[in-house]
Design a protein around this ligand. Structure first.
Ligand code: ZN
Length: 631
């Protein structure tokens, strides 16, 4: 890939890719203030020190120092080169790469998708046309799943055979090993016949599971075994594969995404049949979790397409419990959630078969805020005694804890207080106490670590330390810290003529230093923006990150962004910046002069008169510059 094309591609990819998506596939991310945190995938740890900044699209680990943008993450996590990582992301986000060779051959992922499509077609044909498939067709009829749904979903049937799909793959000349990687086949090895591949799905109704773009990434299979003599699970899903990360997929998301455009509200159900029951009724704003508790990644998918999610689970105790369990995740992601309680013993499929979609809409009109539902259900377990109040409250606290917004939490506390006959303040106090002891116990919520407190205020300016081990002048770092917090102050820094002085007089051995690369990137960005109309809002650090080419400088910069160490206000920042720039100027002056003095000594040793003369001139100009600036 050529340079210019590459840069354009990087820009396109970074525009399309969401670092939360990509990191979220491998790290269980939870919101922690303005960041997301989780266990670092690059080093072993038990408490999260790995952070993702969704606004700046950067990650950083305070444990091992890994950090960077989405491309860097893919490179490091998948062990890919830069261009391989670009290819991977381009493929993921459907961005065309002009490589000169056909894209289908350039990408392993594309190949895997093709294999899944072949399996999908095979199962579909079995359901549609094979005589064996009649058992599945009967079942669908019984469940009132009509042809329209079968076509739309490309439902399928996996025959009662150990190698129906294996044989089909062989006939097509496909790589069986890839089928294993995709979770379609298992391998049995025996002494006499060596390795044998077998179908994972047998005698099952097949539900293709698709990603947001509608590509098949996995299959779910419902057993059609009568009486289930083989102790097979009722539902069997594909295992995790390179295409399928369970935590990040919502069943029917691709259709719901489209349907939610007009009305940003989505129904969340538990299983295949529930979701398809809504489709049958002509209602497509529905997604399903497929039997697991909602993950933060799935919650963020929901947030992408809807402003409100309505949980519609089975109308029994288990269903209610499952809805309640999802509350913390939704609350933490700040998603407005409500729920509908179906008549006892009914699931959404039952309800929609017995009643109409209009009846369901009526139920929707009386839906309950999920937080209030959680409180009501929890308080229902209160036995009415005074001692029971504390017990109920302690059950409630974990849910309150999950609510990031203090106003919302106060509302819930008020509701609970009214029901229990306790003053809000008392609940608040108890909650604080509970919070303190529970954080001491297990520290459930990771917050960005508070970095070592060296505020500019208490750091003596006169003691400028050069630390040879990491090759960093602390002064420059302090300046960057301020610029990270207030990027637009770069205007002040660069309009001062001292900046040119730095660039002109920077001793050679320092010009490659990481901090200087960062400052230069700030300068370049400022130059570009200031050429057009100066707009301080346009000046932001993520663009500067892209300008830094040196990997070490990038790492340092993303670390500094995450630490965001400067905590003063803008006025203080201005004052400090002035001081630092002045001090830096002195420092650069000294460095430059001692370098010139060394050169002079060397020239004198050699008796090189030309060199002596030019060096002396340089020293003189430097002194004049310094006097000019009144230092
Ligand atoms: Zn780490």
């Amino acid at each position: 890939m050529a340079g210019a094309r590459n840069e354009q591609l990087v820009e396109k990819i970074k525009e399309a890719a969401d670092i939360l998506d990509i990191v979220g596939e491998v790290v269980n991310l939870r919101r922690a203030g303005r960041y997301y945190s989780g266990l670092c995938p690059f080093h072993a740890e038990k408490t999260p020190s790995f952070f993702v900044d969704p606004h700046r699209q950067l990650f950083h680990c305070f444990g091992c120092g890994a950090g960077g943008d989405v491309i860097k993450f893919v490179m490091q996590h998948r062990g890919l080169s830069f261009s391989e990582a670009l290819e991977f992301l381009a493929d993921r986000y459907n961005i065309r790469i002009e490589t000169g060779r056909p894209k289908t051959e350039s990408s392993r992922t594309a190949l895997l998708f093709r294999y899944m499509a072949i399996a999908e077609e095979f199962y579909y044909r079995q359901l549609r046309y094979s005589s064996e498939g009649s058992i599945a067709r009967e079942y669908l009829k019984k469940r009132q799943i009509d042809d329209r749904i079968v076509e739309e979903q490309r439902l399928g049937y996996a025959p009662q055979s150990w190698d129906a799909l294996v044989r089909h793959f062989k006939e097509q000349g496909l790589d069986l090993q890839k089928g294993v990687e995709l979770g379609l086949f298992g391998i049995a090895s025996s002494n006499h016949s060596g390795e044998r591949f077998y179908d994972r799905f047998r005698n099952r109704l097949i539900f293709p599971i698709r990603n947001a773009r509608g590509q098949v990434v996995a299959f779910g299979g419902r057993t059609l075994e009568e009486g289930n003599s083989h102790n097979e699970p009722k539902y069997l899903n594909s295992p995790e594969t390179d295409l399928y990360r369970k935590r990040t997929i919502l069943y029917q998301f691709h259709l719901a995404q489209e349907a939610c455009r007009k009305q940003r509200q989505v129904i969340l159900v538990e299983g295949y049949m529930d979701a398809l029951a809504f489709h049958r009724a002509g209602f497509y704003r529905v997604v399903a979790t497929l039997g697991t508790a909602l993950t933060p990644q799935q919650a963020r998918l929901i947030k992408r397409i809807a402003d409100e999610v309505v949980l519609v689970y089975d109308g029994d105790e288990a269903g209610k419990k499952a809805m309640i369990r999802n509350f913390p995740v939704l609350a933490q992601e700040g998603i407005q959630a409500s729920c509908v309680v179906l008549p006892e013993g009914m699931d959404p499929d039952d309800f929609l078969r017995k009643y109409s979609l209009d009846d369901f809409q009526n139920l929707m009109n009386s839906r309950m805020d999920l937080g209030e539902f959680v409180i009501t259900e929890t308080l229902n377990s209160w036995d009415g005694s005074t001692s029971g109040k504390m017990k109920v409250l302690s059950e409630l606290f974990p849910y309150l804890e999950a609510i990031p917004h203090p106003v919302v939490r106060a509302e819930y506390i008020k509701t609970a207080g009214l029901r229990l006959g306790i003053a809000d303040e008392v609940i608040n106090e108890q909650f604080k106490l509970w919070r303190k002891t529970s954080t001491d116990r297990e520290k459930p919520e990771a917050l960005p670590p508070n970095p070592i407190k060296i505020t500019p205020r208490n750091k003596p300016l006169t003691k400028l330390t050069y630390n040879p081990t990491n090759c960093v002048f602390s002064l420059e770092e302090e300046i960057i810290k301020i610029l990270v917090a207030y990027p637009h102050l770069a205007e002040k820094a660069f309009e001062k003529d001292c900046w040119q002085f730095f660039l002109d007089n920077l001793p050679e051995d320092t010009s490659t230093k990481v901090t200087w690369q960062i400052l230069k990137a700030f300068h370049e960005e400022w130059l570009e923006i200031s050429q057009n109309e100066w707009n301080k809002n346009k000046f932001c650090v993520d663009r500067i990150y892209d300008r830094i080419k040196d990997p070490k400088a990038r790492d340092l910069f993303s670390k500094m962004i995450f630490e965001n160490k400067f905590c003063g206000n803008e006025t203080t920042a201005c004052l400090f910046l002035n001081d630092y720039l002045g001090a830096l100027q002195k420092q650069v002056f000294k460095l430059r002069r001692s370098q010139l003095m060394r050169e002079l000594a060397e020239a004198e040793r050699k008796g090189d008169n030309e060199a002596i003369k030019s060096t002396l001139q340089k020293i003189q100009r430097l002194t004049e510059l310094k006097d000019l600036r009144g230092n």
